[in-house]
Write a protein that binds this ligand. Structure first.
Ligand SMILES: [Zn+2]
Length: 290
């Protein structure tokens, strides 16, 4: 039903009008894994494993309609309060799945497109690998970094940060940053908060530890006055066809979810219960506040 609605909006070019309205705001697109099989990975309860053919359709759409800039370029422009070209977007990949090296990087390289990969540093060390998923090794991360891929941190072990003590959050943020710096000799390291969840004190900590910027919840495109330590991301789902994808990139899906929250506050309660069951009550509150 939702897909049909976005297809209709796209065919009437309304999405182009919304994209034009948001042309000066920058969506930071967040992918997870891209698989090279013809079929979608099942089960995929969090819609993280997008098939390659769909991902390539997204890239073709972006090449045609948008200007893809790197995360460091976006940060620099935001710091200098300098506008980027209209319709700019940033490409990022959370979790450091190994298929980034095998499946995604060659296509980005062919198209000369910049991207940032946020790695969970314990997994790059070969630790904490669970349920058969495979993650980038340091050798692969080295190779990606030397080919121009920007490497950021997604903490050491991907915990729910707002539930940790200050000491544990500090450890997660500083040790993962130190690992990337020592492995790659990279001075500027950006951060993506696991599950997009953060509190004011955690974002202050990320800044004081020396991260160059940090990406938080799924909250639409960023304007020029965005807080560099609580940037919004736009999460892309593994079954997003081009019409749905264009609605996300335009900022339309974020407007719809804001309106839904305003007009149906009772749905927040249901979302809070479901999030709370998964991550704890503090997590749920922070999720809803974000
Ligand atoms: Zn993650």
């Amino acid at each position: 039903m939702k897909k049909l609605f976005f297809a209709l909006l796209r065919s009437t070019r309304l999405i182009n009008v919304i994209a034009w309205w948001n042309r000066k705001r920058v969506p930071i697109l967040c992918y997870h894994s891209v698989t090279d099989g013809a079929e979608s990975v099942q089960p995929d309860p969090h819609k993280q494993h997008i098939p390659l053919h769909l991902f390539l359709q997204h890239l073709d759409y972006l090449k045609k309609k948008h200007n893809i800039v790197s995360l460091p370029e976006f940060q620099k422009a935001t710091r200098e309060r300098r506008p980027l070209p209209d319709y700019s977007v940033v490409l990022t990949f959370d979790d450091g799945f190994e298929d980034f090296y095998k499946v995604v990087a060659p296509h980005l390289g062919q198209r000369k497109l910049p991207a940032t990969v946020f790695v969970i540093t314990d997994r790059a060390d070969g630790r904490l690998v669970s349920n058969g998923e495979s993650f980038l090794s340091w050798d692969e991360i080295h190779e990606l970094a030397s080919s121009g891929i920007d490497i950021g941190s997604h903490t050491c072990s991907h915990p729910y940060l707002p539930d940790l003590s200050v000491l544990d959050v500090t450890k997660e943020l500083s040790e993962s940053q130190a690992a990337i710096r020592s492995q790659l000799g990279q001075t500027q390291v950006s951060l993506s908060y696991p599950y997009g969840q953060v509190s004011e004190s955690i974002s202050r900590l990320a800044k004081s530890i020396g991260y160059s910027c940090a990406i938080a919840s799924d909250a639409g495109p960023n304007d020029q006055s965005a807080d560099l330590y609580e940037l919004s991301r736009t999460v892309i789902a593994s079954d997003d066809d081009v019409a749905t994808f264009s609605a996300r990139v335009s900022g339309l899906t974020w407007w719809i979810s804001r309106c839904r929250r305003l007009f149906h506050p009772e749905k927040n309660v249901l979302r809070e219960r479901s999030f709370s069951r998964r991550y704890g009550s503090a997590a749920a509150q922070s999720y809803l506040d974000s």
